[in-house]
Write a protein that binds this ligand. Structure first.
Ligand SMILES: [Zn+2]
Length: 219
């Protein structure tokens, strides 16, 4: 093999994800997920469980992009099935941490979600609409503390006097847990004149009470 591919879910050589990891992913059966405040519709193809957890962590913390093509294809399919429309954007991670890592996984996913191998139409290009206000890291903090997330602000291009916000925005992200991050991002966009914000995430974290009912394993 000229370019050996390692599955970010389990580390086995072959495909990303490998067949075993793929079989362990849990697809969300009910497409009408409870949306965070400000988000009209929350769409997620998968539950945040099983091999998807190490796979997404590998992207986020180790910059392992082997599964990015697959993730993008899944997001593109979910976008299509849900009939989403609007400008693709993302809730950026804390600037200092993103700089340290050299990339923002939400931005990577937003670009991957277009799913086009040959050229990306101008209308499909993700647009950086938000910047993160300085604040504490969320990862590793208890679930209830994550509600107090750092704020967002509109990102104004240097050549413009004011920010121009599209009327419909779809925020793309890796995982939604409490939804506080998406809600904070949506609040800024709505206050700036956006009329509708939807969210498309790879994985939705079911609340503990509903973990058995809202999704099923891929057969
Ligand atoms: Zn695997």
């Amino acid at each position: 093999m000229l370019f050996p591919i390692v599955c970010p879910g389990c580390g086995v050589l072959g495909a990303a994800p490998c067949a075993a990891c793929l079989a362990g992913m849990r697809r969300v059966a009910d497409r009408a997920l409870p949306a965070p405040p400000g988000i009209t519709r929350l769409v997620a193809p998968f539950a945040y469980a099983g091999p998807l957890r190490p796979l997404l962590r590998a992207l986020k913390y180790d910059n392992q992009r082997a599964a990015l093509g697959w993730l993008g294809a899944e997001l593109a399919l979910a976008w299509q099935l849900a009939g989403l429309s609007g400008t693709r954007s993302w809730a950026p991670t804390g600037a200092a941490r993103a700089r340290r890592r050299g990339f923002d996984q939400a931005e990577l996913l937003a670009w991957a979600s277009v799913g086009a191998a040959a050229g990306i139409a101008r209308a499909d290009r993700p647009v950086a609409l938000l910047r993160r206000e300085p604040g504490p890291a969320q990862t590793g903090r208890p679930r209830q503390q994550r509600a107090e997330v750092a704020g967002f602000a509109l990102r104004r291009p240097w050549w413009r006097a004011a920010s121009v916000v599209p009327s419909r925005v779809v925020l793309i992200d890796d995982v939604v847990t409490t939804g506080a991050t998406l809600a904070a991002a949506a609040a800024v966009l709505l206050a700036a004149g956006c009329t509708r914000v939807d969210a498309l995430v790879v994985a939705w974290t079911p609340p503990p009470s509903s973990r058995r009912h809202d999704f099923h394993a891929v057969a």
